[in-house]
Write a protein that binds this ligand. Structure first.
Ligand code: GUN
Length: 284
């Protein structure tokens, strides 16, 4: 089984689009996502384009703010403060990475917790680990939806997450733990990574290196989620998993492209709607 993020996200976006008339009727407007893009990193430009496009597809409003790579940290923080205060903006996202000289954690801290659609703010991270209601980071949330889609029961299964980043590895491990999997976080210093991976009923590869996970590292029938987006020597996008080999062994696997990527953007839409609803209810 190939888990198509393109298809699943299209279905979920259509469901969200169908909610828009009701939201507009109830609250007088549709949700609005503000995206700040600093500089001209081609990958970031492409991701941001995808995010703005998704807002259109879902029928939400978007606000794209582009800033020169030479922008000062103070100017960026001032823009965030303005968007935090804007009553008609529900989500504020600053595309990462930021140019050298701008402190990313300062920038993330500056985003209002109520508008933190990425789920990167320390308050949201803390709430996630304390089992309190919070905005979930988009990629981990999308991964859980894809696993759900396979119909497998996560409870009691062995899950191995390869990679320990703040935006994918660590939060997805927490979500798998919450779903009652037995979770291992492996990384670049793990001894005998192949043996650790072969134990996994659910294997999440979030390393950022092409084809580090090969067919011999996969337990037959396992669910394999490939978070990697690596530009190969052939100029094409490749995952962290050697797909051609892995697809023969895995029970279900996500492709790259067309797997986790579209689901991440789809969950951003879902988070924006969530923030909108919460703000509208709290602020009357
Ligand atoms: N850069 C790479 N992934 C992400 C993401 O999910 N959110 C933001 N803001 N920047 C990113």
């Amino acid at each position: 089984m190939i888990i198509s993020g393109t298809e699943l996200s299209a279905r979920l976006k259509a469901e969200m689009a169908a909610q828009m008339p009701q939201l507009e009727k109830e609250y007088g407007r549709v949700p609005c996502l503000a995206v700040i893009l600093v500089g001209e990193n081609p990958a970031s430009q492409s991701y941001v384009k995808g995010k703005i496009k998704a807002c259109e597809v879902v029928g939400m409003t978007s606000l794209l703010i582009t800033m020169d790579a030479s922008v000062s940290e103070a100017e960026l923080l001032a823009k965030i403060a303005e968007l935090n205060a804007a009553p008609d903006v529900d989500g504020v996202l600053v595309q990462l990475p930021l140019p050298a000289g701008i402190d990313e954690s300062k920038v993330i801290d500056a985003i209002s917790v109520e508008k933190d659609v990425d789920g990167f703010h320390p308050s949201n991270v803390a709430k996630l680990w304390l089992n309190e209601p919070c905005i979930l980071p988009c990629t981990p949330k999308g991964i859980m939806k894809m696993i759900e889609e396979t119909g497998i029961q996560v409870k009691g299964k062995k899950a191995v997450v390869v990679g320990r980043s703040n935006i994918v590895g660590k939060p997805v491990a927490k979500l798998l733990l919450d779903a009652n999997a037995t979770v291992t976080i492996a990384h670049s210093r793990t001894e005998d990574l192949a043996a650790v991976c072969r134990e996994a009923d659910i294997l999440v590869a979030a390393v950022g290196k092409e084809a580090v996970i090969t067919a011999d590292m996969i337990k037959p029938g396992a669910v394999v989620i490939d978070v990697g987006v690596n530009r190969g020597a052939d100029g094409k996008l490749h995952g962290d998993v050697d797909f051609a080999g892995a697809v023969e062994v895995a029970g279900a696997i996500t492709p790259v492209p067309g797997g986790v990527g579209p689901m991440t953007i789809c969950m951003l839409m879902s988070n924006t709607i969530e923030c909108f609803k919460k703000r509208m209810t709290v602020n009357g």
